[in-house]
Each structure stands twice: as structure tokens, then as C-alpha cells.
Design a protein around this ligand. Structure first.
Ligand code: KG4
Ligand code: ZN
Length: 333
């Protein structure tokens, strides 16, 4: 079965053709980073306008790269939630128009579900159930993947997402948007024990996170140093921040895996491109002889191949939308 998948939830316009949920025939991603960089973050209206401009060309390119035409496609999958509402609406309405014109079934895909499904592309033998750590610019969740379309959240962030904390800490240290990847690189040459930073326990939950205190403590260290005209060792602060954030994710994730009795773990989302997080996940799983699955780097950030992967399993479970499908800025998985 061939799915044409469309993703436009944030600042990437993407389209892909995916076979049977596991094989990527094409994957095109048009990034808007350069447009948003000067503002230090994504500007929603600019994002929507960029999607409007790019979407026809991106979908066309995905079909061309896969050497197929719309006649070969069996269903259209689209990200409908959660994300920037104006951005989502561009993809959803484009997919609806295409579905109306071709009479192909329209499959709505939840963005977090698709991040998790990136693992099905990278690892052919991964099947649910497993426990997944989802870490992106907008989400930080520990999720039981009970089946392809059955999920249960056991841990979440109470404030900032992990990626948001990485990006804000990086911005305070003068790195360009999106700073997470820069901070990761700069941290390689720093001393990870140079600064002691907070890992707050969240009242009432063993598995929830709070990243705002960690982010604020980095911001305060930079501001205090600026006021006193002192230099801050950016490499050391980056390494200390990265270590604290990653160990915090690891602690709660492995606590949850132990308590809920999972020995097959996965990670997903833009932050799971972080080199230290990937290293620490592998170490902890090796020590316990557990299975670990992480998407290849090109599938960690937003892309449409993962939408095609999840779209396949949504289609099989009967999740077909009508042409009144709407987009939602927030929606439970
Ligand atoms: O999944 P994603 O592309 O978009 C959302 O759904 O939010 O995640 C983007 C996030 C950004 O915050 C970005 O800085 C972060 O992933 N990120 C990283 C790394 N690469 C991307 N954070 C830490 N280390 C990285 N290497
Ligand atoms: Zn995402």
C-alpha cells in the first residue's frame, strides 16, 4: 500500500511516499529555519505563509522522487494535530483538496504518534508494545505504546519541553535558532561537571518533568555574569546543561520502564538527535540487556516519512477522516 504523507505542523513543509508503513520511497523536507532565524524562534504567520508557498512543489517533488503519480497512491495521510494552527491548516486543507480531487481516503495523523512511528522505518523488527521517550521542541512524554494506535502517557512535562529548554538555554548563550543542535556540538568540548544545575522533582508524580527551573538557572548564570562583567565558559555551561537535562530524562524514563515492566524501549522527536542522550540511552539499555530503538538522525526532526509510517497503521485501524477534518493546536495522543 502506498501512502502520500504531508507534514506542516511547525516550520518544515514535508511530503513523502511510504510503502506499507515501513519503506520510504521518497521524503522531501523544506526547512524554513533561515526565515525564522533572525527572530530567534518560529514566527507563526511567517510559517503559515511559507507552507502555502512551498506545499505544492514539495508534494510534487515527493511523487517525482518516488517515481509514482497520484494514480499509484492508495491513501493520503496528513498531520492534523498538535502544532501551530495556521501551519497545520495549510497541510490539512491541501490534503483535503487532494483527497476530494482523487477520491483517495484521507488519514489523520497525530504528530506525536508520527514521531514514534519514525522508529518503524529505522527498525523493521520493532513492533508494539514498547515504552517510548518522546522529546521534541513542543513535547516531553514517557508513553506506553500498547499497540500501533493505542497509547498511554505515564509522564509529561509540567512546563517547558526538553527541546524548548535546550533552545532557550542556547539562545541565552548567544547561539542561533534552533540552538539545541549547536549546544550539543559546543558541549562536546566542555566540562560537564563545571556547573551544578537543578533537576526538580515534580510533586505528585514520579515520572513528570519540569524544565523551566533548569532553563532559568542557565539564564540567571549568564545574566549574573553579564552584570558583573565576568566571562562565562560557554562550553562548560553547555556541557553541564546537556548532562543535567539528559540525566533527568534518563532517570525518569528508566524509573518508568522498571515500574511498568518494559524491556523494549524507544526514543523519538528532535531532541533524540542529541548525541549525549543517544549515548546514555544505549549505555543504560546495554547494562540491563534491554532492547533500544532510536530513529536515524534524519527521522528525528519533523518529516513526512514518519507521517506515512503512522498513517499506514491508522488506515489499517479504520481511522479515515471525512472532508470536514479540522486541525487542532493541542490534542491528546
Ligand atoms: O521534533 P522536532 O523537529 O519538532 C517538534 O515537534 O517540536 O524537534 C525540534 C527540537 C528543537 O527544540 C531542536 O533544538 C531540538 O529538537 N534538537 C536538539 C538536537 N537536534 C534538534 N536538541 C538537542 N540536541 C540536538 N542534537
Ligand atoms: Zn515534531
Amino acid at each position: 500500500m502506498l501512502i502520500l504523507a504531508i507534514e506542516s505542523s511547525c516550520d518544515e513543509t514535508a511530503a513523502a511516499v511510504v510503502k506499507d508503513g515501513r519503506t520510504v520511497l521518497s521524503s522531501v523536507v523544506a526547512s524554513q529555519i533561515e526565515k525564522h532565524k533572525i527572530y530567534g524562534g518560529v514566527v507563526p504567520e511567517i510559517a503559515s505563509r511559507c507552507h502555502s508557498k512551498a506545499i505544492v512543489g514539495v508534494v510534487d517533488q515527493a511523487l517525482t522522487d518516488a517515481c509514482v503519480t497520484l494514480k499509484d497512491i492508495n491513501a493520503i495521510a496528513v498531520t492534523y494535530a498538535p502544532g501551530l494552527i495556521g501551519s497545520l491548516l495549510v497541510g490539512v486543507n491541501f490534503a483535503k483538496g487532494l483527497s476530494l480531487a482523487t477520491r483517495l481516503p484521507l488519514v489523520p495523523v497525530h504528530h506525536i504518534r508520527s514521531h514514534i512511528a519514525a522508529n518503524y522505518i529505522t527498525s523493521a523488527k520493532l513492533t508494539p508494545p514498547f515504552l517510548c521517550l518522546v522529546v521534541s521542541g513542543g513535547h516531553t512524554n514517557i508513553i506506553e505504546v500498547k499497540d500501533y494506535t493505542k497509547f498511554h502517557i505515564i509522564g509529561k512535562t509540567r512546563d517547558d519541553a526538553a527541546g524548548e529548554a535546550f533552545d532557550k538555554a542556547a539562545r541565552t548563550m548567544g547561539m542561533p535558532y534552533p540552538g539545541g543542535i549547536q549546544l550539543d556540538k559546543i558541549a562536546e568540548t566542555g566540562n560537564e561537571n563545571a556547573f551544578v544545575l537543578p533537576k526538580p522533582q515534580v510533586a505528585g508524580s514520579k515520572y513528570d518533568f519540569s524544565f523551566s527551573g533548569l532553563k532559568t538557572s542557565v539564564i540567571n548564570k549568564i545574566h549574573n555574569a553579564n552584570q558583573k562583567n565576568e566571562a562565562v565558559h560557554i562550553e562548560d555551561l553547555s556541557a553541564s546543561f546537556r548532562k543535567t537535562a539528559v540525566e533527568y530524562l534518563i532517570e525518569n524514563f528508566f524509573k518508568a520502564a522498571t515500574d511498568y515492566n518494559y524491556k523494549t524501549l524507544a526514543a523519538a522527536g528532535g531532541v533524540c538527535a542529541n548525541s549525549f542522550l543517544r549515548k546514555r540511552l544505549a549505555e543504560e539499555c546495554n547494562n540491563r540487556n534491554w532492547n533500544l530503538y532510536v530513529p536515524e538522525l534524519s527521522l528525528c526532526g519533523d518529516n513526512a516519512a514518519m507521517v506515512g509510517a503512522q498513517g499506514y497503521y491508522e488506515f489499517l485501524s479504520g481511522n479515515i477522516a471525512g472532508l470536514d477534518l479540522n486541525a487542532y493546536a493541542t490534542k491528546e495522543i
